[in-house]
Design a protein around this ligand. Structure first.
Ligand code: UFG
Length: 337
């Protein structure tokens, strides 16, 4: 089975590519490298011992993406290609709507044209907004607080409409919680441009001395120690979730499936910093600062549906996540060059 992975050079896309190849799939990558490095392809080859075909194409470009569908006998698509920075989306909403929606629409249009009927879409727990309670179940009400989140929710709704209109077209929506960690080789990992927005890359950059201290956004939340609680999931566990979702799609009668991918466990900011301190074996400087606007207290998944229907169960713990994130940072002090 040949899988087209859009955004396959990105953080989650590259790890998913590894998992797909390990599980016997052929992979074709499409990436415009707007937020990833071409070097990732070489690294994928080192890890998998396979030459991975990659097209440098923007998924919004119908003519160019069409050539990929003409050249390759694609059986399924995993769609990652999209912008993902919450703060940037608030500043540049049009850019987010234009890129994230167009990239999805163009891909799906071509899938219908070429009768490629299985799609896995990279969504986010951000679609739950401020959840009424935790853990979060897939049938909780959906709402969003920023343009990035809205693109995810709009795409989920678009895909629901497309599956209603085309009973042969099957979609699995995967709502990721907080992916961290890296491939054990240290060759792949999260490689943000500039100052990281997310907690884990910020922590590793403080540990390596690139940044002076972690700013902990608020310690007056209604959580175990007052700091924000999230469901961190190892990116390799998340990657394997895509393999399971593809397998499920081929056998499922239902053509619109939605799954949370998390661990079901919440970890606070201070707990994550402590776990990393054990890995790096030294104190990590941090300071409590104001809350970050838009943040919620607590967000973790109920993962029963993914377990019961996909057989998905995260196998890596917080220590593994810290260890592999740190290994990637040490091996790539200036990012992937
Ligand atoms: N945090 C800090 N300091 C930092 C960065 C983050 O204290 O420098 C805290 C946040 O307040 C939050 C936790 O660390 O409590 C995690 O923050 P992240 O920015 O790493 O992750 P978020 O949960 O805010 O957002 C992530 C993704 C979004 C996605 C969302 C889904 O970045 O794309 O999870 O729940 F939508």
């Amino acid at each position: 089975m040949k899988v087209l992975v859009t955004g396959g050079a990105g953080y989650i896309g590259s790890h998913t590519t590894v998992s797909l190849i390990e599980n016997g799939f052929d992979v074709v990558v499409v990436d415009n490298f707007s937020n990833s490095k071409e070097k990732v392809l070489e690294r994928l080859k080192t890890i998998t011992n396979k030459e991975i075909k990659c097209y440098k194409v923007d998924c919004c470009d119908y003519e160019e993406l069409r050539k990929v569908f003409v050249n390759e006998q694609i059986d399924a698509v995993i769609h990652f290609a999209g912008y993902k920075a919450v703060g940037e989306s608030v500043r540049l909403p049009l850019m987010y709507y234009q890129n994230n929606l167009d990239s999805l629409l163009t891909t799906v249009k071509l899938m219908l044209e070429f009768k490629v009927n299985n799609l896995v879409f990279s969504s986010s727990a951000t679609v739950y907004g401020k959840p009424k309670s935790v853990p979060i179940y897939e049938d909780f009400p959906l709402s969003v607080t920023n343009p990035y989140g809205r693109t995810k929710l709009m795409i989920e709704e678009i895909l629901a409409d497309v599956t209603k209109a085309n009973s042969f077209f099957k979609v699995a929506i995967l709502r990721y919680f907080n992916p961290i960690g890296a491939h054990e080789s240290g060759l792949l990992g999260e490689d943000p441009e500039g100052i990281p927005n997310n907690l884990m890359p910020y922590i590793t950059q403080v540990c390596i001395g690139k940044l002076p201290k972690i700013n902990v956004f608020g310690n007056d939340y209604d959580t175990i120690d007052g700091t924000g609680v999230r469901d961190y999931i190892h990116v390799m566990d998340l990657a394997y979730g895509h393999v399971l979702a593809l397998n499920k799609l081929s056998s499922s009668k239902d053509n619109y499936l939605v799954y949370n991918l998390g661990t079901g466990k919440g970890t606070s900011v201070l707990e994550l910093i402590n776990a990393m301190q054990e890995v790096v074996n030294k104190p990590i400087p941090y300071e409590i600062v104001e809350r970050r606007p838009g943040d919620i207290d607590c967000c973790y998944a109920n993962c029963d549906k993914a377990f019961n229907e996909l057989g998905f169960k995260a196998k890596y713990n917080i220590h593994d996540m810290c260890e592999t994130s740190w290994n990637f940072q040490v091996k790539n002090p200036k990012g992937i060059l």
